[in-house]
Design a protein around this ligand. Structure first.
Ligand SMILES: CC(C)(COP(=O)(O)OP(=O)(O)OC[C@H]1O[C@@H](n2cnc3c(N)ncnc32)[C@H](O)[C@@H]1OP(=O)(O)O)[C@@H](O)C(=O)NCCC(=O)NCCS
Length: 186
């Protein structure tokens, strides 16, 4: 695990808007992530940087902004986006978003996702460092956090950061729906 003295720094910058080209996420599908962040413009990403290189990123949708608007769905379904990510992947994303939207909690929450660490750096504590920072921000605002995941190993990972699974459903394979209650008041 990396420590807080690690060379990886965390910043709230938009990885693909203001710094386009400056922050290569070498082992991740950078263009798909960039498209996602472009459509969901309210995202407030937290990035882990190694010097000037992006090594991990998560999207954070502030309370009240996590469900796609009609315009965002239209943009997601635009021919350039479908061609870029492929019709099969576009159909899967559409199914996920619809199923996730149906289960979105009524409780006010910040919505986390996607979260990705550069493939060759996974398992070294970078994802945990991002989650620690994110959970501190939730607690400071007395804000609940919510997310979906489709991997059992991630349920364990998020559980270590205070999230509990509140539901499970089959959406192109198993999906877990997880919530984290704030630990202290603002
Ligand atoms: C899931 C992910 C963000 C975790 O970040 P990380 O920096 O690899 O994780 P950390 O080193 O901080 O913590 C390790 C824990 O993460 C979990 N984990 C999940 N996927 C992992 C992977 N590919 N490699 C290593 N750990 C992984 C394990 O629970 C592990 O705990 P363990 O060491 O007791 O087995 C990262 O592995 C990743 O980007 N995976 C691929 C994309 C993904 O699944 N994103 C989440 C979508 S909901």
């Amino acid at each position: 695990m990396i420590s807080s003295q690690s060379r990886h720094s965390l910043r709230t910058v938009h990885p693909f808007r203001n710094c386009a080209g400056a922050l290569p996420l070498a082992h991740c599908d950078r263009s798909s992530l960039a498209r996602l962040f472009r459509v969901f413009g309210t995202q407030q990403p937290i990035c882990a940087l190694d010097g000037g290189t992006l090594v991990a990123v998560t999207g954070v949708a502030p309370a009240g902004t996590c469900q796609p608007t009609a315009i965002q769905i239209q943009r997601l379904r635009s021919p350039p986006n479908i061609i870029a990510i492929g019709p099969g992947a576009a159909a899967r994303v559409g199914k996920w978003l619809a199923a996730w939207g149906e289960r979105d909690p009524d409780q006010s929450h910040s919505h986390l996702g996607p979260l990705a660490v550069d493939a060759h750096l996974q398992g070294r504590g970078i994802g945990s460092k991002i989650m620690d920072e994110y959970c501190l921000r939730l607690d400071a605002r007395a804000q609940a956090g919510y997310l979906e995941t489709d991997k059992q190993e991630n349920v364990h990972f998020y559980g270590r950061h205070g999230y509990a699974a509140i539901a499970q459903a089959d959406v192109i394979g198993p999906n877990w729906f997880m919530i984290c209650q704030p630990q202290r008041s603002a």
